[in-house]
Design a protein around this ligand. Structure first.
Ligand code: NAD
Ligand code: TDX
Length: 345
């Protein structure tokens, strides 16, 4: 057995992308010991880490990235930090932006400030997002383009993105900034469009499509995202930004049709609803810089979407308790079916 010699800290590792990254890292790096630091908000699910919970190369710490007493020593004991922890849902940021500023901006500051005092840290990956570029009507965003975030989530991520850069420029923290496009795959919380529509469709419930349904997102399989981060830890340059995109630009209406088709559900489930405020029309990233390092996405969208739909179909134990705990879902279900979701009177 290889002795684990590389201490890696993953913040937000109980969430969607973070948990996929932890599982990927333990599988592919026998010399890594991984610490997951996660507050377990509504989006953090310990069951995402079920497979590695007893792995001697992994430890889980429940804690808040804004708490310097907890996060600081963990950062200073690490060779690599991958910072995923964030509030991530745009619709929530339209209602209550405070948590986004606290976690996404201030939380990043706490980690970066601890990193500044480290004498062993070799890489700090700041997980940013393609949303920082704002809506892109034509062409594709390059890393050097101006950032123009247009909703509180994107603005808080942009603040953290630039703060991370400033810690490289001023203090020499070995920061790498990634701007990924919309991810999909297992473990995604059923508030985001793909798992929401898939789980609603499984239950034969309507799927609420915002506005005219013609907004475009570029879908990136979460495993391709994890491999890109891994490559950048090895080959990326400190102080630089790297776009990560799947190259699958799809209109929401088209995505919805594909999901319904995969589940053999009628298009009459599509329910147009009022548009999201400030709804960005399109995101698109130029991934030439990352591709020049040898990365290519491995999951064609059609195959990846099919596998994702299958995962939700086979893992109701994972998502059904989440949805059933949500009063809005219970009301929705009763309105549609005239009876309770659990069959009780
Ligand atoms: P997620 O909402 O599924 O998970 C976020 C995780 O962070 C949860 O486990 C949550 O408990 C944890 N967390 C939240 N606040 C915390 C705090 N104060 N301290 C410690 N842990 C906390 O999010 P995700 O979709 O996996 O996104 C992960 C990262 O990737 C985020 O930084 C997000 O901005 C970025 N990103 C996401 C996408 C996407 O499509 N999902 C695309 C590009 C970038
Ligand atoms: O019910 C819905 N109906 C609908 O039409 C929901 C939840 C969404 N949508 C539309 C809005 C978007 O055009 O689907 C598209 C995708 O929406 P989300 O899944 O909420 O993702 P998005 O707003 O694009 O943001 C995501 O990608 C970038 C992640 O949530 C972010 O964390 C990431 O940074």
């Amino acid at each position: 057995m290889v002795k684990p010699t590389v201490e890696t800290l993953v913040t937000g590792g109980a969430g969607f992308i973070g948990s996929n990254f932890v599982l990927h890292a333990l599988d592919t790096h026998p010399n890594w010991r991984v610490t997951t630091l996660d507050k377990l908000t509504y989006a953090g699910r310990l069951e995402n880490l079920q497979k590695v919970i007893d792995d001697p190369r992994h430890r889980f710490i429940e804690g808040d990235v804004t708490d310097a007493a907890v996060a600081g020593p963990l950062v200073r004991a690490s060779d690599i930090v991958i910072h995923f922890a964030a509030e991530t849902h745009v619709d929530r940021s339209l209602q209550e932006a405070g948590a986004f500023i606290t976690t996404d901006v201030y939380g990043s500051f706490v980690l970066l400030d601890a990193a500044r005092e480290s004498d062993r840290l070799r890489c700090f990956v700041q997980i940013s997002t393609d949303e920082v570029y704002g809506s892109v009507e034509k062409g594709s965003s390059r890393e050097t383009d101006e950032i123009r975030p247009r909703n509180p989530y994107a603005a808080s991520k942009a603040g953290a993105d630039r703060l991370a850069y400033s810690y490289w420029a001023t203090h020499g923290v070995p920061v790498i900034i990634t701007r990924g496009s919309n991810n999909y795959g297992r473990h995604q919380f059923p508030e985001k469009v793909i798992p929401l529509f898939v789980t609603n469709a499984i239950d034969r419930l309507p799927v609420p499509l915002y506005g005219d349904g013609k907004n475009i997102r570029d879908w990136l399989h979460v495993e391709d995202h994890c491999r890109a981060i891994d490559l950048l830890i090895e080959k990326g340059n400190a102080g630089e930004v790297y776009n990560i995109g799947g190259g699958n630009e799809v209109q929401n209406i088209d995505l919805t049709h594909r999901i319904l088709e995969l589940l053999d559900r009628p298009t009459s489930l599509i329910t147009p609803v009022e548009d999201r405020l400030g709804h960005d029309r399109r995101y698109s990233v130029d991934t030439g810089k990352l591709r020049a390092l040898g990365w290519r996405p491995r999951h064609p969208f059609e195959e990846g979407l099919r596998a994702t739909v299958d995962w939700y179909r086979k893992n109701e134990w994972w998502w059904r308790p989440i949805k059933e705990a949500d009063p809005a879902y219970r009301d929705y279900y009763e309105t549609q079916y005239g009876r309770r979701h659990d069959g009780r009177a």
